[in-house]
Write a protein that binds this ligand. Structure first.
Ligand code: T5A
Length: 222
């Protein structure tokens, strides 16, 4: 049996490069012969993609931040059960663009939703599926928002991208605070560097934390 696969998440503000680098890392892992699932939140399973549309269109905003939090949790529950856990249990690696830390930051710190509710939802939806490694791409809010705007072109800003620069700077700090509290799970990478430099640093972190780690010797039955 191949054993459980590894779970890597990408976190950070808007336009910090998560989608770009999650896809690049998935390709690099595949090139090493690993079986990889690339996914994202909100979304990543048919049920969760429907909820993604409801949240990001902004139609649920009038219902309040608690309801939005519960919608994110409902999406995550489906994503974990339908996509993430089956893949990990089959020995595949999962690379996910955003996960629990986004809820802690956007709904918890910024949305002022009670952390007790957020933790309770986390226990129910995530359970055993906590990431083995979380890459935090750290970029000043003005740079990230400018990149997201350039990429969007004439399209409409989503529910969160439309918030102020101050909101996004606070968000950046909140991610850094979580990373400082959980240094074993997080690798913080400066996302301002050129793309290939950021990719190289991410690869180094994955190698050091997950690939070069000696595996426990297999139990030998007499
Ligand atoms: N949300 C999500 C919550 O509130 N709670 C939750 O629990 C969860 C899971 C998701 C929204 O939902 C919120 C957070 C978000 O607001 P989304 O559409 O998935 O919305 O948006 P984001 O996750 O923010 O993704 P973005 O697409 O805005 O940003 P990325 O993925 O960080 O950035 P990326 O890779 O698309 O890059 C942006 C641009 O920058 C360029 C890329 O080519 C691209 O054009 N770029 C670089 N340019 C220069 N140098 C580099 N190093 C670069 N890297 C990328």
């Amino acid at each position: 049996m191949s054993g459980r696969g590894k779970f890597i998440t990408f976190e950070g503000g808007e336009g910090s490069g998560k989608s770009t680098h999650a896809a690049a890392l998935a390709e690099a892992l595949k090139a090493r012969g690993l079986d990889v699932v690339l996914t994202r939140e909100p979304g990543g399973s048919p049920g969760a993609e429907i909820i993604r549309h409801i949240i990001l269109s902004g139609i649920a905003k009038p219902l309040g931040t608690e309801t939005e939090t519960i919608l994110f949790a409902a999406a995550r529950d489906d994503h974990v059960k339908a996509t993430i856990l089956p893949a990990l249990q089959a020995g595949r690696w999962v690379v996910c663009d955003r996960f629990v830390d986004s809820t802690r930051v956007y709904q918890g710190t910024l949305g002022k939703v009670d952390m007790k509710l957020i933790r309770a939802l986390e226990r129910v939806t995530v359970g055993e599926a906590m990431p083995d490694l979380t890459i935090l791409l750290d970029v000043p809010a003005n740079i990230g928002l400018a990149r997201a705007k350039t990429r969007r072109g004439s399209g409409v800003a989503d529910r969160f991208e439309a918030e102020s620069v101050e909101f996004h700077e606070e968000l950046r700090q909140a991610f850094l605070n979580i990373a400082a509290r959980e240094p074993k799970r997080f690798a913080v990478i400066d996302g301002r560097a050129p793309r290939d430099v950021v990719s190289e640093r991410i690869w180094q972190a994955v190698q050091e934390r997950l690939l070069d780690v000696p595996q426990p010797a297999e139990a030998v039955t007499p």
